[in-house]
Design a protein around this ligand. Sequence first.
Ligand code: FES
Length: 265
Amino acid sequence: MKVVLHIWRQSKKSTQQNFAQDGKMVRYELDHVSADMSFLEMLDVLNEQLTKKGEEPVAFDHDCREGICGSCGVMIDGQPHGPQRGTTTCQLHMRSFKDGAEIYIEPWRAAAFPVVRDLVVDRASFDRVVQSGAFISVNTGAAQDANAIPVPKPDADKAFDAATCIGCGACVAACKNASAMLFVGAKVSHFVHLPQGRVERELRAKNLVAAMDKEGFGNCTNQYECEAACPKEIPVRVIADMNREYLRSKIKEEPPSNKRVGGDG
Ligand code: FES
């Protein structure tokens, strides 16, 4: 098959504020594309051709190419990870496109994800959110201790659903507010449905929400675009978990002092 690609080309790192000044869409025609190629393999073929011509290959992120690492996300025809639901860019195949298709490929667009080059964005903001509390720091014992704690099946399922988040950033890219609430909700929900994660639940919810706000992500206005774009199909229920945990943490905060202000009598 033949495809016409319109790819965002940008040679230097920049914020997303004035992105139109920093790069542009460039048109490429690609022949003899196999329908069985993955989307990234198709980009590999393009890059081989560009390199042979002495042109700069298109920079794009990837690692596992198995839908696990979350590094390969790009906007394809305005949709994070492209047209196939529940699929990462690396697991998308060219048979999802018609022969002769014009395909538009751009990096994620969100202020918290500055563009590094071409299709590569810096998602270190997600790492900083995770560092603020998406972990368990209490002693949970050895493996046999974990096995000895019974976890009801519905709770285990909810925790596992959330734990499938690969941190790709599609939720942020899909949201008109660039909200990271599906991502942060997944981290909160993953731990709060397990006994080991409940010990630090208040601190975790507060810290994760504070870190998310500090990084400049927007708020959720219930558009559900994140759920539709998530390659792991994480449900928006995790955002409700996050909101509930955050509220709980606020209620459990120290009550305000009864001391009178401005007097000693
Ligand atoms: S390259 Fe790892 S999820 Fe696509």
